[in-house]
Design a protein around this ligand. Structure first.
Ligand SMILES: [Zn+2]
Length: 253
């Protein structure tokens, strides 16, 4: 079985002490590649160092931490993206967070930044990995309005019916291990065609057990749940989701 973790944060400080063994465990569990996501300038540089170290196994994308989206130095993030175009395979996570950001004028600012990143991803011909916490509908509408093509909606928390609008536009959706405890994600997996699904861990968060640090090897739980819900054998789910990841990110693994 060959799996791809389409979205992880190995560059998170919680992996600093045992990164080698986390990557080894991923390999032992059938992962053929991990797409890391560096958040903010510091996370971006850490992610680039990690993908250099595990070259051909860990790949970098660069985005924004939506825990505090207005304390991020956007110019610096964009500069790192431009300076390292050949070393990254995607832009993101970027997007909207209506859970953290409540005031309409602040949401409007976020939408402005999001629009900028959609344009940048298109200009650099890179996929965009979209964060859309409590903002799935707006994020999908904006992406469709901008005619975005290479899109990964990560940990989508909106309605399955709305996700289908994204499917019609050719967007991909990545499913984290938290599907094991989330009726919303179970509904989403039931509805999405397998051709549009990728596996993600979103490590260190969104694990099966919310109190435990999540890690890439745990995408086997996403795989198991998707297989159970869709009544498709695990080998097929593995093969198809890996094919989808390779198609989106242009991976040759
Ligand atoms: Zn993430």
């Amino acid at each position: 079985m060959r799996l791809v973790d389409a979205h992880a944060h190995l560059s998170d400080s919680s992996f600093e002490m045992d990164l080698e063994s986390v990557v080894l465990k991923a390999r032992e569990n059938g992962l053929a590649a991990i797409v890391d996501c560096g958040l903010g300038p510091d996370g971006a540089l850490r992610s680039l160092r990690i993908s250099e170290k595990f070259r051909g196994y860990v790949y970098s994308t660069i985005g924004i931490d939506y825990g505090a989206p207005f304390s991020v130095n956007y110019e610096e993030v964009v500069k790192i993206i431009l300076d390292n175009r050949s070393r990254i395979i995607g832009i993101g996570e970027v997007g909207l967070d209506y859970y953290t950001v409540r005031a309409p004028e602040d949401r409007a600012r976020l939408i402005g930044f999001f629009g900028f990143f959609i344009g940048l991803a298109e200009r650099l011909n890179l996929p965009i990995i979209v964060h859309s916490r409590s903002a799935g509908k707006d994020a999908i509408d904006i992406l469709i309005g901008r005619n975005a093509k290479k899109v990964l909606m990560h940990a989508f928390d909106g309605k399955a019916s709305y996700a289908m609008k994204g499917v019609e536009a050719g967007f991909f959706f990545s499913i984290p291990p938290s599907i094991a405890r989330s009726p919303q994600k179970q509904k989403l997996a039931a509805r999405l065609p397998l051709e549009n699904i990728l596996l993600e861990s979103d490590s260190p968060v969104l694990g099966v057990d919310p109190l435990k640090r999540n890690e890439p090897a745990n995408i086997v739980f996403s795989l198991r749940e998707i297989s159970r819900i869709k009544k498709i054998d695990p080998d097929t789910v593995a093969e198809e989701t890996t094919k989808n990841a390779c198609r989106l990110f242009g991976l040759r693994i």
